[in-house]
Design a protein around this ligand. Structure first.
Ligand code: ATP
Ligand code: MG
Length: 401
């Protein structure tokens, strides 16, 4: 079996960012290097025009581990395991390309097309000439089992001439999106459910650095419920990078709402306070928006009228990446990114405990605002106490077998 020791990384959208392009490329290089830190191998990550390369030199490498880590780096379109021929001499490169095919595919039969690319336009031959010549040499040696098909080949055999000759024939899909942090920062309301980790992941995929806030209500919600959210943050961090998680003790505010406000409006009023607190934290940390896992019609607190009422307390934009997704579509993503199994663990969160039997589904903003005034004499003090007792947990990517 051929042993790859390097990867050629193709990126998509960051290629079109004009003068800021280097910022995107540098972020990508940094995040690739970071993702490989815990993987066996001594990796050198560097950029070249239009590409990033990962090279393991002579060190032993964990190829599968490295590939798995690269698949989770936002901003990568394609990962191509690459053989690097230390030459730009055409004859030598031809020979290396033919040997590479022999070693990579010792017995297989397939159709192929050779694609040569030159960054140095002064080379003695054109790309189509080089492609045709390498194709001819491959056929000479392996024509009994390989054939050329220029229209619809099973494999593209690509050789890119740069400072060396980079030869590859396999393309693995990456995460896509944009490198984390290149789009700013947002504060995600992270519950223990299925939707919010998916929402956080989707924002991260667009290059947003995510922070999170979880509202818990001890002793009504357990330590294990909190641990579940920490675990979800750490699982999401496998894609999104380290997540700073604020844990807000929400009990006193919830009890006050329970005591003073109409019970059918509990969830809405509670959610308005969650948004307010989240926004305060977001502003303090220079986030440009809030993120929730809300989806239209999922529960009473997510009808369009309810969303209007909760949204009304926020000045920052509220991003709701799964707003139009069916539950099953959200579940599919959570299964793919590995948060689902943790999300469905049965620890209650504060919403389930203080939930009314018949919550309003069409709250009227003016009525909610009026009923909320019943908290006037206690809320400032409670709000202050709540903000002072917030715990911060740095959630690093969880290592998963
Ligand atoms: P999820 O939406 O994460 O699956 P859920 O469906 O139980 O959890 P909902 O009651 O649908 O949560 O709440 C909608 C959104 O409100 C959540 O996606 C999340 O962004 C936010 N949220 C709800 N409860 C909490 C909480 N205890 N802490 C932080 N955010 C919360
Ligand atoms: Mg939900």
């Amino acid at each position: 079996m051929f042993e790859y020791r390097a990867f050629l990384i193709k990126y998509a959208e960051i290629g079109v960012k004009g003068k800021n392009r280097y910022l995107f490329e540098d972020a990508l290089v940094g995040q690739i290097a970071n993702s490989l830190k815990k993987i066996e191998g001594n990796y050198k990550v560097y950029k070249q025009p239009g590409r990033v390369f990962v090279e393991a030199g002579k060190s032993d490498i964990d190829y599968d581990g490295a590939l798995d880590a690269l698949k989770r780096v936002m901003g990568i379109l394609h990962i191509c395991p690459v053989y690097i021929a230390e030459t730009t001499d055409l004859d030598k490169a031809y020979e290396e390309a033919v040997n590479y095919i022999g070693e990579c595919y010792p017995t297989e039969s397939f159709t192929f097309k050779v694609m040569a690319k030159r960054s140095d336009k002064k080379m003695p031959k054109t790309s189509p000439e080089i492609s045709a010549e390498i194709g001819g040499l491959i056929l000479e040696k392996y024509g009994d089992r390989l054939t050329v098909d220029v229209k619809n080949p099973d494999k593209f055999i690509t050789i890119e001439f740069r400072d060396k000759a980079y030869i590859y024939s396999e393309t693995i899909k990456g995460e896509g999106g944009m490198p984390i942090g290149t789009a700013g920062k947002a504060m995600c309301l992270l519950s223990g459910g299925i939707d919010s980790p998916v929402a956080a992941y989707m924002m991260a995929r667009r290059g947003v650095k995510v922070e999170a806030v979880y509202f818990h209500a001890p002793p009504y919600t357990s330590e294990r419920a909190k641990q579940k959210v920490v675990d979800l943050a750490r699982l999401t961090a496998r894609y999104a990078g380290n997540i700073k998680l604020y844990v807000v003790n929400f009990t006193d505010i919830q009890l006050a709402i329970y005591e003073k406000c109409p019970h059918d409006e509990l969830t809405i009023i509670m959610r308005r306070y969650m948004m307010k607190i989240a926004e305060d934290l977001a502003k303090k940390d220079e986030c440009f928006g809030l993120v929730t896992g809300e989806s239209i019609g999922q529960v009473a607190s997510q009808t369009m009228q309810s969303l209007l009422t909760t949204n009304a307390v926020c000045e920052l934009p509220v991003y709701r990446p799964v707003i139009c997704f069916d539950k099953q579509d959200i579940i599919n993503i959570s299964q793919r990114i590995g948060t689902f199994e943790t999300s469905i663990l049965p620890f209650e969160d504060c919403c389930t405990i203080f939930v009314a039997e018949h919550p309003v589904t069409k709250p009227l903003l003016s009525k909610i605002e009026k009923d909320e005034r019943k908290l006037d004499d206690v809320i400032d003090e409670l709000y202050k106490k709540t903000m002072e007792s917030i715990e911060v947990i740095n959630c690093e990517p969880m290592e998963v077998e």
